[in-house]
Design a protein around this ligand. Structure first.
Ligand SMILES: [Cu+2]
Length: 204
C-alpha cells in the first residue's frame, strides 16, 4: 500500500508548523531554554519555531535535563524570558501596540491575545483580543483575514505595579486549531512604565 500524492499533500499541514508573533519580537530559543527544558524541547522548537505545544511534553519526558517548574512548557511553550531579555518592550497605559502574527499554516479555531502573569500563568484582566471561532481558516496564510494577522492591542491601565519588571508579565498570543487539536503560543516580553513626569507636575 502506498500514499497517493494527494494524500501526502493533505498530510503536510498536520505535520508542519503553524504560527507565532513576528512583531514585536517574540521569545526565541536560547541557552536558558536548553538549560531548563532540555535539548529535546530546544531542538524541536529550533527545527520549527511555529509548531504546537502538544508535541513538547513527550520530548521533555525523555530528557533528564527537563526541569518542569523552570521550563513551564504551557507558558510560552517553555521559551524563557532570559533568552529574550534584549527585546523587552516599554509600554504605557493606553498605548496602541501594533502586532503582526505569522500564520504559517492555518488550522481554523479560536484565538486570543492576553496579558499573562508569568508567576501564576494566569490571564490578567480582560483578554485584549478574542476570536471565539473562525480564526485562521483555509489552507494557506493568504486565506486568513488580514485583521487576524495584523491588528493592535491597547495596553490596559493599572499594570504599572504588576508588570513593572520585565519578565513578570508577557503579552501572549494563543491559538487552538479545533480540528487539528493543536495549541500555539507566542509571547512578547514587556514592562509597563509610568506615564510622563509632567502629568504629576500639573497635579502637584
Ligand atoms: Cu497542524
Amino acid at each position: 500500500m502506498h500514499f497517493s500524492a494527494v494524500a501526502i499533500v493533505a498530510l503536510i499541514p498536520a505535520v508542519l508548523g503553524h504560527g507565532l508573533i513576528q512583531s514585536p519580537p517574540s521569545r526565541p530559543t536560547g541557552a536558558t531554554l536548553t538549560a531548563n527544558c532540555g535539548s529535546g524541547v530546544a531542538s524541536q522548537i529550533n527545527s520549527d519555531n511555529t509548531s504546537y505545544v502538544e508535541a513538547l511534553p513527550p520530548a521533555a519526558a525523555k530528557d533528564k535535563n527537563y526541569k518542569p517548574a523552570l521550563c513551564n512548557l504551557w507558558l510560552c511553550k517553555g521559551l524563557q524570558f532570559a533568552d529574550n531579555a534584549a527585546n523587552v518592550q516599554k509600554w504605557t497605559a493606553g498605548q496602541e501596540v501594533p502586532i503582526k502574527v505569522w500564520l504559517r499554516i492555518p488550522h481554523e479555531g479560536s484565538a486570543n491575545v492576553s496579558i499573562v502573569d508569568t508567576k501564576t500563568n494566569t490571564i490578567v484582566g480582560d483578554m485584549l483580543k478574542v476570536w471565539s471561532k473562525g480564526y485562521a481558516p483555509g489552507r494557506t496564510e493568504k486565506d486568513a483575514p488580514l485583521d487576524q494577522k495584523e491588528f493592535s492591542i491597547k495596553v490596559p491601565t493599572g499594570l504599572e505595579e504588576k508588570c513593572a519588571n520585565a519578565g513578570d508579565c508577557v503579552l501572549q498570543w494563543w491559538w487552538f486549531g479545533t480540528g487539528a487539536k493543536q495549541t500555539y503560543e507566542s509571547c512578547v516580553d514587556f514592562q509597563v512604565v509610568k506615564p510622563a513626569v509632567k502629568e504629576r507636575a500639573f497635579n502637584a
